[in-house]
Design a binder for this molecule. Structure first.
Ligand SMILES: [Zn+2]
Ligand SMILES: [Zn+2]
Length: 392
């Protein structure tokens, strides 16, 4: 059973802080019709051209309704995870709490963790922040009702934050999503989302043809890119629904421009998602008095040791890669101090660099123990499926 961390509401700690149909993009109408980006995301306009001509598929699909005996119900229930009914059973939490599930806590460094994925379930909304490799499997295992997903927010386009976006879009639709799925991100979001839509277009067509438009309405098969324009260091509302707001702010993850963090607010409670970043003023400001800060973190000590070991072993190429990684993530000491200065109530560590498996005792040795000497709030090293509830 997954342990649920119930966070008691408490006042802020005081004093702390195509076929080449798109060669000429002047033909924007044609471009839009074949799936080429034609919005303000210029990169998409020039590069995202693809062939949407329907693939020939078998015309005759036999009807094979099973003759079911009543005892088949039990067997059907065993496959609950495959069915809309089963997935719906997981349900969204009630209105008395905000629920955070760290559905993916890994990085590009191999471990048993799914890559970046944080779900926030608030006031009947299912908001997903990043979707790295393994995100969907983790979402369904824990289990979250992916067919009820309302919006996806991408911090940046490193593969460990977007690799499973296509599956988020596809699985939610297959399991019953009957509404548009907006995907929010900085410049480049159109290219990314339209790219996944293009990759899955054939599969979408197979499934609608096979199961029918009532079950799999083609208008909801893909996702809709939502551009966050000119983000800066000041958190700005980019999503507002039913009293829930999501603000985006620019963080520092060079050379990725822009990289974003997000702050979610509802009912006087606040959750901050750091994204990948070095220590920045914008993250400090966005985190002020947050109930929960879900933050990435890097161990300077471990990565330096790793770099030196690789150098001494003559593996200068990998040593250089490790050195470069150190330049664009926030260190343990910096994060602990930032969270303390911001007056964060609960600091949740995710995207731990270098990578350790879920539950590894080394996380305590190299991360939570030294950080708790600086950060005096609640400190949680998240695993895949760690669940937090914030009372309203
Ligand atoms: Zn990154
Ligand atoms: Zn990352």
């Amino acid at each position: 059973m997954t342990k649920v961390h119930r966070l008691v509401a408490s006042p802020a700690r005081p004093g702390l802080f195509a076929k080449q149909l798109c060669l000429l993009m002047a033909l924007s109408v044609v471009a839009a019709a074949v799936g080429c980006g034609s919005d303000s995301d210029a990169m998409a306009s020039s590069a995202m051209c693809f062939d949407t001509a329907p693939l020939p598929i078998g015309e005759s699909i036999p009807s094979i309704d099973a003759e079911c005996a009543p005892t088949s119900r039990a067997a059907g229930a065993a496959f609950a995870g495959l069915s809309q009914e089963g997935a719906t059973t997981a349900g969204l939490p009630g209105e008395e709490a905000i629920t955070i599930v760290t559905c993916g806590t890994g990085t590009p460094i191999p471990s048993d963790r799914a890559q970046s994925c944080t779900a926030v379930l608030v006031n009947d909304l299912f908001l997903l922040f990043d979707a790295g490799d393994g995100a969907v499997r983790s979402i369904e295992q824990h289990p979250l009702p992916i067919q009820d997903i309302d919006a996806v927010f991408l911090t940046h386009y490193h593969s460990d934050h977007i690799a499973d976006l296509g599956e988020v879009i596809s699985r939610s639709w297959i399991l019953g999503r009957s509404q548009n799925l907006p995907v929010y991100g900085g410049p480049g979001v159109s290219r990314v989302v339209r790219g996944f839509n293009a990759i899955y277009a054939l599969d979408d067509n197979y499934r609608t043809t096979h199961h029918g438009e009532d079950l799999l309405p083609p208008e909801f098969a893909g996702a809709l890119p939502e551009l966050i324009e000119d983000p800066d260091g000041n958190a700005r509302i980019v999503y507002e629904r039913d009293g829930v707001t999501v603000s985006a702010f620019r963080v520092n993850h060079p050379p990725i421009e822009p990289a974003l963090g997000f702050r979610i607010e509802y009912g006087g409670r606040s959750i901050v998602i750091s994204g990948d970043t070095t220590e920045t003023e914008s993250l400090l400001e966005a985190s002020r008095n947050a109930d929960v800060l879900v933050a990435e973190v890097l161990s300077e000590e471990l990565t330096e040791t790793l770099e030196c070991g690789l150098k001494n072993a003559g593996n200068s190429r990998t040593a250089t890669l490790v050195r470069d990684v150190r330049t664009y993530h926030i260190g343990t000491t910096e994060l602990a101090q930032l969270a303390e200065n911001a007056g964060v109530q609960t600091l949740v560590l995710t995207h731990i660099v270098p990578g350790f498996d879920n539950g590894s005792p080394q996380v305590e040795t190299f991360f939570t123990t030294p950080m708790s000497r600086i950060f005096t709030g609640e400190l949680i090293a998240a695993n895949d499926g760690t669940t937090l509830e914030i009372g309203l």
